[in-house]
Unconditional design. Structure first.
Length: 187
């Protein structure tokens, strides 16, 4: 049990700095310990507000205690726009803070181009560059190079990065993943 607890704490410490700017769709959430987990996806989904998920991972908040008297964690799985799935583990009594896809905010009748969310990075080191991209829109378009200089940040100088964009265009929600050193031209 000590190894499991140490791995959970280490994983959480590694992920906690990056968990705020992720983007993607909530796939599932499980609370408990290995061999004694329960699905709490509906409870967690109900706590998403404006694409933000922020709450304390406790049995009281989640409404269940699958392993009374044992240390538990909350495991949340998120599918990113590129199809990759990422897992976040939060120890019991820690704060969950994830930024997910906005579920609302744009109406189907809108035909313009809107950047809903944008993230730049790789290997779990993504930063939110939504406002930066919104400022680059000229005449309803974005045309820019995808690199550290143009996006104003380098989330990790040792890895090849991508730009993930969730956007709204011609009444449809769309997404694109653009590799670093490429040209972004939308819509």
């Amino acid at each position: 049990m000590t190894k499991w607890l140490l791995r959970t704490v280490a994983c959480t410490l590694l992920l906690s700095g990056f968990a705020l700017a992720q983007g993607g769709a909530l796939l599932s959430a499980e609370f408990g310990m290995p061999g004694r987990r329960v699905d709490v996806t509906p409870q967690v989904r109900s706590m998403i507000h404006g694409g933000l998920l922020q709450f304390e991972a406790t049995r009281q908040v989640l409404g269940v205690d699958p392993a009374p008297g044992h240390v538990k964690d909350l495991v949340i799985r998120v599918r990113h726009w590129d199809g990759n799935t990422e897992e976040f583990a939060f120890p019991e009594k820690s704060m969950v803070s994830l930024e997910l896809d906005p579920e609302a905010g744009f109406e189907f009748r809108e035909r313009g181009f809107h950047v809903m969310r944008a993230y730049y990075g790789g290997e779990g080191h993504f930063v939110n560059v939504t406002e930066r991209l919104r400022h680059l829109i000229e005449n309803g378009r974005i045309h820019t190079r995808v690199d550290n200089d143009h996006l104003g940040i380098d989330p990790d100088p040792h890895i090849h990065k991508v730009l993930r964009i969730l956007y709204w265009y011609q009444g449809e929600r769309r997404n694109i993943v653009v590799p670093e050193h490429s040209v972004l031209d939308l819509p």
